[in-house]
Design a protein around this ligand. Structure first.
Ligand code: PMP
Length: 307
């Protein structure tokens, strides 16, 4: 029987036992950094494959450094704990693992440099986040992406996600599946929980990290597959909003969303309004890679049950 568990204060515990004091700094000031890691269930292999654990924990530690966490966080050791937690939970379905480093001190005041911090991990089942078949309809949000001079978007800081939340709710309440945010300069940044890739003249184009994006792990993987498997050219450059209306294809990438084609932006159809052929091809390749169907990419995966 699967059971939802957490790694909390140095121990594996049932999720109900992982709770925080209301005075916790992270709860009061949004001072936690987090990751999302997918576990993808392959029913034929009877195996749960965790995708790029090491890369996610590396990014977690980088985020922690940016907001001046003090603890020593060892990427190898945390990666091992992630796999062990997944094994202990014993899920036979797609899951989502949330590693977090949070300011656990009970101090009053927003200063971040001298507050104690701790590691926390938990797991939950998670199916499709966006509809992979129908694709996503998106709108350009009236909310601008936080700037590196305000809260650095390359760090997954929990408090920063209020920015994403405002944009997501605006999109959903306007009948769209997802928001795209422009940065302070008015250029395309990213989706509220995904990176964005545009295809023009057959070239895959995505904004550079300096346009206030999260440096996406799914994005890197999708661009790698596009180059290696499909022989396509990839470019990182600033994107104007109006280019989205004339793109051949658009797709979003993210741990929760995988590779999801975008079919509509601001009520303008992308191409013929159906998921584009390159997006579809990449979506398939990515799915096969993360579910352990492509031997050459097994190095990206941790097998939870058969070591
Ligand atoms: N941008 C934002 C704002 C996100 O929250 C996410 C999800 N982590 C992404 C992009 C995609 O990053 P990744 O592929 O590493 O999950």
């Amino acid at each position: 029987m699967a059971k939802q568990m957490a790694y909390f204060e140095g121990e594996f515990v049932p999720i109900e036992e992982a709770s925080l004091n209301v005075m916790t700094h992270a709860f009061n000031y949004g001072t936690a950094v987090f990751e999302g890691i997918r576990g993808n269930w392959n029913s034929t292999h009877e195996e749960l494959y965790l995708f790029k654990v090491h890369e996610h924990i590396e990014r977690l530690v980088q985020s922690a450094r940016i907001i001046r966490m003090n603890g020593k966080y060892d990427v190898q050791e945390i990666s091992r704990l992630v796999v062990e937690l997944a094994e202990r939970c014993d899920y036979r379905e797609d899951i989502y693992i949330r590693p977090m480093v949070y300011k656990s001190g009970l101090d009053i005041g927003p200063a971040i440099h001298s507050v104690e911090d701790k590691l926390l991990l938990y797991v939950r089942p998670l199916g499709d986040y966006l509809d992979p078949e129908a694709g996503a309809t998106v709108m350009t949000s009236s909310w601008r992406r936080v700037d590196d001079t305000s809260i650095p978007a390359r760090a997954k800081v929990s408090g920063l996600y209020v920015n994403n939340g405002l944009a997501t709710s605006e999109a959903k309440q306007n009948g769209m599946t997802e928001a795209i945010m422009l940065n302070q300069d008015g250029h395309v940044s990213e989706g509220a929980g995904e990176n964005l890739v545009m295809i023009r003249n057959g070239v895959l184009i995505t904004p550079p990290p300096s346009d206030n994006i999260l440096e996406g792990i799914t994005l890197d993987t999708a661009l790698f597959l596009a180059q290696e498997e499909l022989g396509l050219t990839v470019e990182r450059r600033t994107i104007d909003r109006s280019e989205l209306y004339i793109a051949e294809e658009l797709f979003m990438t993210g741990t929760a969303a995988h590779v999801t084609p975008v079919t509509e932006v601001d009520r303008v159809e992308v191409g013929d309004g159906k998921p584009g052929p390159i997006s579809r091809e990449l979506q398939k390749l990515f799915f096969n890679a993360i579910t352990g169907e492509l031997d050459k990419y097994h190095g990206w995966l941790d097998s939870v049950y058969k070591k």
